[in-house]
Design a protein around this ligand. Sequence first.
Ligand SMILES: Nc1ncnc2c1ncn2[C@@H]1O[C@H](COP(=O)(O)OP(=O)(O)OP(=O)(O)O)[C@@H](O)[C@H]1O
Ligand SMILES: O=P(O)(O)OC[C@H]1O[C@H](OP(=O)(O)OP(=O)(O)O)[C@H](O)[C@@H]1O
Ligand SMILES: [Mg+2]
Length: 282
Amino acid sequence: MLRIAVPNKGSLSGPASAMLHEAGYQQRKESKELVLVDPENEVEFFYLRPKDIAIYVSAGRLDIGITGQDLLVDSGADAEVILPLGFARSTFRFAAKPGTATGIEDLAGKTVATSYEGIVAKHLANSGVDASVVHLDGAVETAIELGVAQVIADVVETGTSLRNAGLEVFGEPIMKSEAVVIRRTGADGDDPKVQQFLRRLQGVLVARSYVMMDYDCRAEHLERAVALTPGLESPTISPLHNEGWVAVRSMVPAKEAQRVMDDLYALGARAILTTAIHACRL
Ligand SMILES: Nc1ncnc2c1ncn2[C@@H]1O[C@H](COP(=O)(O)OP(=O)(O)OP(=O)(O)O)[C@@H](O)[C@H]1O
Ligand SMILES: O=P(O)(O)OC[C@H]1O[C@H](OP(=O)(O)OP(=O)(O)O)[C@H](O)[C@@H]1O
Ligand SMILES: [Mg+2]
């Protein structure tokens, strides 16, 4: 049975469970459940604190886990990313009161408050800057106002939390992050159970970001039409009863669907339809 770690709280928890559900796995019904066995899919889910997941996975106790790339780096655990999942996207940045710092060199001798000590300590060491780091569990934006630190290092998505606290980012982003699937470094990459799990999640990612497009066009316009809808491999072309016309079927990125439909229409294509993809294996 495949043993998988899933975040039990925080920003990663809801979207991770939603993605697993979409991939056909059972998910817990109550937030207090810590383990869920899905016998039909031969999978056991362990709901753990997001910060701990890389540690369990690197210890070999669990086969794979879903966590944040920043949490993986912060843990220093011996685990690696095998599939980025595209949600919980954020950057990790330094911030301070406006006008107090412009780059990492301004941190020398200062105190930095953060929930991600591992990332910050490594970054300071790599940059050769000598600053103190104070660990806080959350709401670090308040640390400056309350005099615990002069600088913070935290997750930034929209920047609203920083603005509300009267702070500004400075320097280059320390790292970018998103939710990822991880496994122990050097674990068997060919494990068929892991491969099947990854194919299911990849199927969800594709189903979320593509639509299926069907249309009819005159045979003489086919090459130009197909250039607009090249698909992932190659579009399917079928003859129509009306001579000189063909039907085309192709996957199109959902974000581009409306523009592509306009362009196909302008080319003379008709009966242009898009339908959602519910699941796929590429
Ligand atoms: N506002 C946000 N937008 C996008 N991703 C976020 C946001 N806040 C946290 N994350 C991401 O979520 C992960 C942290 O999850 P974690 O559950 O530890 O913290 P949290 O979401 O802040 O929850 P908590 O309220 O328990 O602190 C990290 O990968 C981080 O990059
Ligand atoms: O740039 P924003 O869109 O404002 O998002 C970033 C904020 O979201 C997270 O905080 P969370 O609400 O999880 O509280 P926490 O600080 O207690 O973790 C993170 O720690 C930042 O504070
Ligand atoms: Mg948080």
